[in-house]
Each structure stands twice: as structure tokens, then as C-alpha cells.
Design a protein around this ligand. Sequence first.
Ligand SMILES: [Zn+2]
Length: 181
Amino acid sequence: MKYLLISMLLMSCNAPQSNKVVAPGLDAAITTQTTMTTDTIVPAQFDATGQLVKVVKTNDAWKSQLTPQEFEVLREEGTERSFTGDLVNNHEKGTFVCAGCGLPLFSSEAKFESGTGWPSFFQPIKPEYVKINSDTKYGMVREEVECARCGGHQGHVFNDGPEPTGLRYCINSVSLNFVKN
Ligand SMILES: [Zn+2]
């Protein structure tokens, strides 16, 4: 009787696991839905004075919205390891939006191969959609790129990019979501 009970318990423990194996597609779909809530373009809005309407949230609110890696990069100015981001080798036509608020930041038309291992662009969709700050961390003077609407850290901009701007916006994949045309 004792053995029967144990084996029944084991069977009931196994049941949900075997479900998972049977329907991997379903699991993947659920994961995508919960982690990529801003995988759409959320257009900019402007107030009566023509200023971009900002998105302001508490750290706790960001924490519950973002994945831990997104939070670290977007809200704590972290940097993903080069060549690890999922958008480095993305060559599809579409729009790269802020992973925090969905503001359309970069077009695939402005993406180029920099060889750095981070998605690189020669210009933002609109200059007013990015905010540039001076960053003196690590003993270097660099120009930090933020989303102008939610303040999410995107990466840095350097002046060794290709024509027509000569700029290289070096952006974390984690900070962006891609919306295919
Ligand atoms: Zn944003």
C-alpha cells in the first residue's frame, strides 16, 4: 500500500512535466508574451507646448515590467556582453523600439555592420527621440544614449560611424525590441 501511494505521488509529479514536453510551442508562446510586452511601436505624443510626453515609473514598476536583464541595462546603465544580443545579426526590415516604452528609436535602414558585437546605427529615427548625456564612467568621456521618453539607457554614440552622419550609435539589443515591417 505504501509503495502504491509513492508511485501514485510520483506519477502525479510527473504529469505536468510531460505536458511541458508535449507542447513546447505553447510554452514558447507564453514566454514571449510575458517578457515582450512592449514589442510594438508606441508612437510619441506631444503636449500643447510641443514637448515629448514622458513615461515616468518607479523602480518597482519597472522591475515588474522588465526582465532582470532589461532592468539592469535600461534602468541601471548596464551593458550586455558583445555578440550576445539577439539583434546584432538582425537584417530584417523594420523598426527598433525602446524595450521600456515602445518609442520607435532606430530604423533598419540606418543599421550597419560595425563589427563591435552590438547593434549599430548611424542615426535615430528622430533626433528628439534620443537624449544624449555625457558619461564619464570608467575614466572615459563618452556620450550616453537614452530613450528620450522613458529615460531608458540604450548605449553610447561615437563619432567613428559611416556616412551620411559619421556617427555610430552603439546600442544594447536588450534595450530594444524589433517590430518587423
Ligand atoms: Zn523608452
